[in-house]
Design a protein around this ligand. Structure first.
Ligand SMILES: Cc1ncc(COP(=O)(O)O)c(C=O)c1O
Length: 346
C-alpha cells in the first residue's frame, strides 16, 4: 500500500496534556495536567442558552457570530481591554479561542513563515503553527519572574519572521506581562513589521492586585494585533466552544472566511447564552472569580511546598509550575510517570 499521511499530519503529535490525562486515568490519579474549570456556569447564561434551543434558534448564525454577541464583545473589549472594535467588521466569533487562533494563522501565515513564541509555551500554539506549516522560534522566559530579553527576540528574528505570540496571563508560566514589557514587545514588533497574535483567555484570572494589559490597546499596535480570547474559562464553559478574535477589518474579513470554511459558525444557542452573560454580569462577578482562583492557587502552592516541590507562584491563569528536580527521572515526563507509578502501586 502506498497510502500515507500528509507530512503536516506526521508533524503533529497528540497534545501532551491530552496524553497525560489518559495516563492519569489509567493510573487512577488526580488529574492536574489539564485545565478544567470547576466554578458554576452563571445561571443567566445557562437559561439563555436553554431558551435559545427551546425557541428554535438552532440554525447557523452569521459566519462571524450573532450580532448581539459581536456587539457585547465590542462593548466588553472597549471597557475592559481598551480596544475599539466595530462589531460589524472587526470581530469573528469562533469555535473557542483555539478556533480563533487557527483561523487567524490560516488567514495570515504562509508555509515557512517564522513565528516567535515565549517558552514555556502552550502546546496548542505550537501545534497550530505546525498545522499551517509555519516555523515556531522560541524565546526563553526566565524563572522565577519569567523575564525575557529583547536581545534574544532580536537574535531569533530574521527576514522570514512574520509574527509573535503573546499569551497573557500565560499558560503554563502564570506570567502576567507588565505594561512596560508589552511596550517593549510593541516597539520590537513594529520595528520588524510583525503581527502580534495574543491569547488572553485568562484575562480575568489575575492575582495580587495585578491588572491585565491587552497588547492591542497599546499605541500603534492596533493595526497589527489579532486579539484572541474566549469564554471557556471565565464562564466555565470549556465544552461550549465560544471564543473570538478582534482585529482590523482587513484581517478580520479573511479570518472570518476561514472561520466560515472550517466551522461555519460557533454553536448558535450557546452564542445567545454568552451574549446575555457578557451584557448582564457586572464587575463583581469577575472580581469574585479572581478571588476564588487566588484561594485555590494559594492552597495548591502550599501543598506543593509541603511535599518538597517548590512552586513558582503564578501571577495569573490557573497553572502552577513547580521545581521537580528532587524527583527521580531524566526529564519532567519521566518524573511525572514515576509519580503515577507510585500512585498505581500505592
Ligand atoms: C493558553 C490557552 N489558550 C487557549 C485555551 C483553550 O481555550 P478555548 O477553550 O477558548 O479554545 C487554553 C485551554 O487550556 C489555554 O490554556
Amino acid at each position: 500500500m502506498t497510502l500515507s499521511l500528509s507530512k503536516r499530519s506526521a508533524r503533529i503529535e497528540q497534545a501532551e496534556i491530552r496524553a497525560m490525562s489518559i495516563e492519569c486515568e489509567k493510573a487512577g490519579g488526580v488529574n492536574l495536567a489539564q485545565g478544567a474549570c470547576d466554578t458554576l456556569v452563571p445561571r443567566s447564561i445557562r437559561e439563555e442558552a436553554h431558551r435559545g434551543i427551546e425557541n428554535g434558534t438552532n440554525s447557523y448564525t452569521r459566519f462571524d457570530g450573532l450580532a448581539q454577541l459581536r456587539e457585547a464583545i465590542a462593548r466588553k473589549i472597549y471597557q475592559y481591554n481598551g480596544i475599539q472594535a466595530d462589531p460589524e467588521t472587526d470581530i469573528v466569533v469562533s469555535a473557542g479561542s483555539t478556533g480563533a487562533f487557527y483561523c487567524a494563522c490560516l488567514a495570515l501565515l504562509d508555509p515557512g513563515d517564522e513565528v516567535i513564541l515565549f517558552e514555556p509555551y502552550y502546546g496548542y500554539h505550537v501545534n497550530t503553527l505546525l498545522a499551517v506549516e509555519a516555523v515556531p522560534r522560541y524565546a526563553k522566559l526566565q524563572p522565577p519572574h519569567w523575564s525575557f530579553a529583547i536581545d534574544e527576540l532580536e537574535r531569533i528574528t530574521n527576514s522570514r519572521t512574520k509574527a509573535i505570540v503573546v499569551n497573557t496571563p500565560g499558560n503554563p508560566s502564570g506570567k502576567v506581562f507588565s505594561r512596560t514589557e508589552l511596550e517593549s514587545i510593541a516597539e520590537f514588533a513594529t520595528r520588524h513589521d510583525l503581527f502580534v497574535f495574543t491569547d488572553e483567555i485568562y484575562e480575568y484570572f489575575l492575582y495580587d492586585d495585578r491588572s491585565h494589559v491587552s497588547p492591542g490597546s497599546l499605541d500603534g499596535l492596533a493595526e497589527r494585533t489579532i486579539t484572541i480570547s474566549g469564554f471557556s474559562k471565565t464562564f466555565s464553559i470549556t465544552g461550549w466552544r465560544i471564543g473570538y478574535s478582534v482585529s482590523s477589518a482587513q484581517w478580520a474579513k479573511r479570518i472570518g472566511y476561514m472561520n466560515d470554511l472550517i466551522y461555519v459558525c460557533a454553536p448558535s444557542p450557546l452564542q445567545y447564552g454568552v451574549a446575555i452573560g457578557l451584557s448582564q454580569l457586572d464587575d463583581s462577578f469577575y472580581q469574585e472569580l479572581a478571588r476564588e482562583y487566588a484561594r485555590k492557587r494559594d492552597r495548591i502552592c502550599e501543598v506543593l511546598e509541603q511535599v518538597g516541590l517548590r512552586a513558582y507562584i503564578p501571577q495569573g491563569a490557573y497553572y502552577v509550575l513547580a521545581d521537580v528536580s528532587s524527583l527521580p527521572g531524566k526529564n519532567s515526563k519521566e518524573r511525572s510517570n514515576g509519580l503515577a507509578g507510585t500512585n498505581r502501586r500505592g
